[in-house]
Write a protein that binds this ligand. Sequence first.
Ligand code: TXA
Ligand code: MG
Length: 318
Amino acid sequence: MEIGTDTSKASELLQSGAVVAIPTETVYGLAANALEAQQVAQIFDLKQRPAFDPLIIHLASADDLDLYVKDRGPYFDALYKAFSPGPISYVLPKKAIIPDLVTAGHPTVAVRFPSHPLCQELLQKLDFPLAAPSANLFGRVSPTEAGHVAEQFPEEIPYILNGGPAAIGLESTIIDLSSEQPIVLRLGGLGLEEIEVVLGRPVQFTKSSSSNPKAPGMLSAHYSPGIPLVHGKIDQQIQNANRKRSGTISFCKKIAAIPEEQQRVLSPKGDLKEAASKLFSALRSFKAADVDVIFAEEFPDEGLGRAINDRLRRASVA
Ligand code: TXA
Ligand code: MG
């Protein structure tokens, strides 16, 4: 396995049918040709991902979108203009050219246009979309650096395209545009409020679960840091815990009772964007720390804070 910045090499490997890890502004992805079921099947194998969990396809722009989706619906154009390329995925009715394996048998496909320059360069070299889930084993924390991918897949993939640390650090916000009303299925790197401003009205958010057919694959037990995590009102619980063996994740304040090296303060200046970009690295970092439990504060319930709370809540479900 090699880590590098050569998009020609990545493109050749993908054209020859291999799986390659790619950088995006949200998280790293494990990519293959979305039009070839056999190549997509390798992704499910590598990730140990259940086949009911559909993948997002990635394109450089919407120029060729009509090859893959039947209908953009009335809201796509305004959202695309405002937010793409960027951290938003659109669920649209799919054409037959997209294999059922990609969409887990659903008649819709999720499409995203990543803004990361190296990813854009790669997508522009390809004449097919890339199916790519986050480049982690199923249920684990999403990778925000090339090194995180290498840790999970040291041998299995030939190449990791290294785009540096992911600027946003949370997966894309997913909006379903396939039925009459737009519905957000997953909170992510783009705040719900920003979408509402562009659409000029409130947008429904469906809390997703494995039993919700609208958001397949959104299992509640996800983002496992491998150590028990408590999320919410943590002050009292910290007082009662073994503080020498406890870790904390907080927004901007230090937590007096806990040794400094076991604390992850995500943004001392109180910036939710900065906090979001550091969340997954922080979750990972406790593996090397000597702690038995992680206490994670509730973040402000607005903008990216809502997506951070969503990931922490799911990390807390063992
Ligand atoms: O930022 C991201 O979205 C990253 C980067 C790599 O692009 N990708 C990512 O993919 O987070 P993944 O596989 O970890 O999450 C994809 C989720 C699925 O679990 C499912 O909830 C939703 O997207 N999804 C995909 N296709 C869908 C569809 N047709 N209908 C409803 N939800 C869908
Ligand atoms: Mg994922």
